[in-house]
Design a protein around this ligand. Structure first.
Ligand SMILES: *Cc1c(COP(=O)(O)O)cnc(C)c1O
Length: 363
């Protein structure tokens, strides 16, 4: 067998919609992008969605629209993809790292509170691996300290906190990279019900242009194409089914994986986890070292990956910027122990059985 860690599902619907766009001759941002935005906004439950080139750009625009700039501090988690923190650096602002929760791996509200200062302007929470962060507590801190909440939902399309979709609590930022829960190849989306923020995002996306060749703010070309949006429309229709399959696969692994020292993913009672990754933690009692185990899986044709091996403050770029003394003990511990196993919706039943067989054989 050869089971990759991730695999997008592209079928006839995507092909047909893309061919229609190609034949129409309207390739750049146009009516198909608008339709994708409207559908996505409806799905998340917000007034506006703004389609952009990728998830990194979504974060960049969201922070700019929120007015984050030089001298401001933004609190976020160090246990995420580098783009989350880099988006803060792009503003000339300072990322401040809060530690994470040892069960969900999400930003820890107590650590956020400890890090609030007079310069703090915003919090970027990440719904890591598809498990929503503790929205209620984080929203409360933001309200108490007058902070803007940005949700990095790049791994959490369709995830829910107390029955409500993530991306609807703060300014939501999504990615449609090929391995995410839904894809457009590359792509991103910003979600908000604040019309002022939405309008700023649209301006920044397109050269600050409010009417033809009239430019009122400094903007970029951060647009999405109709070709990407066509893929996105087809994927959005299948998102719930994709997520249901991810959840079913997770239930299967949860009930069948049995090795001492292998800690399975946690799902809080009040959330819907969409398992962008199925992340296990290998404690002392586990019979192999992590690298040795990955090698073993690879020899048996099973892909695996470490999300993420290095807390952001330990990245060379951040050491260079003076983050060498930052201490987040939980993030350090977790990043040395986690491993992602295949969970994607394209997995077949016999592949899941095989993964269980191989993993359990290390006992
Ligand atoms: C993928 C991802 C991003 C960046 O999205 P791109 O579309 O790759 O630019 C940002 N944050 C998190 C948590 C991600 O997983």
């Amino acid at each position: 067998m050869n089971i990759p860690i991730a695999k997008p599902i592209i079928s006839n619907e995507e092909v047909k919609k893309v061919v229609n766009v190609l034949k129409s001759g309207m390739l750049a941002q146009g009516s198909v992008v608008k339709e994708f935005e409207d559908r996505f906004a409806g799905y998340i439950g917000v007034r506006s969605a703004i389609a952009v080139s990728n998830g990194t750009v979504a974060l960049d625009i969201a922070l700019k629209a929120a007015g984050i700039g030089r001298g401001d501090e933004v609190i976020t988690t160090p246990f995420t993809f580098i783009a989350t923190a880099n988006a803060i650096l792009f503003q000339g602002a300072k990322p401040v790292f809060a530690d994470i929760d040892p069960d969900t791996y999400n930003i820890d509200v107590n650590s956020v509170l400890e890090n609030v200062s007079s310069k703090t302007k915003a919090v970027i929470g990440v719904h890591i691996f598809g498990h929503p962060f503790d929205v209620k507590s984080i929203v409360e801190v933001c309200e108490d300290h007058d902070l803007i909440l940005i949700e990095d939902a790049a791994q959490a399309h369709g995830a829910e906190y107390e029955g409500r979709k993530v991306g609807s609590f703060g300014i939501g930022c999504f990615s449609f990279y090929a391995t995410k829960n839904m894809t457009t190849g590359e792509g991103g989306m910003i979600t908000t019900s604040d019309e002022k923020i939405a309008e700023k995002c649209r301006l920044i996306r397109n050269h600050g242009e409010n009417s033809k060749y009239n430019h009122i703010v400094l903007g970029y070309n951060y647009r999405m194409t109709n070709i990407q949006a066509a893929i996105g429309l087809a994927q959005l229709e299948k998102l719930d089914e994709f997520n249901e399959r991810r959840r079913r696969n997770a239930r299967y692994l949860n009930s069948h994986l049995k090795v001492e020292g292998l800690v399975k993913p946690y799902e809080a009672k009040n959330v819907k986890h969409v398992y962008h990754q199925y992340v296990v933690r290998l404690e002392e009692e586990f019979p192999m070292k992590r690298e040795e185990f990955m090698e073993y899986l690879s020899r048996h044709g099973i892909g695996s990956a470490v999300h993420y091996p290095t807390p952001i403050y330990r990245q060379p770029l951040y050491i260079e910027l003076g983050y060498g003394d930052v201490k987040c003990p939980v993030a350090d511990d977790v990043s040395s122990k986690v491993l992602s196993l295949p969970i994607h919706p394209a997995l077949k039943e016999e592949e899941l059985k095989y993964i269980v067989e191989v993993v359990n054989s290390v006992a």
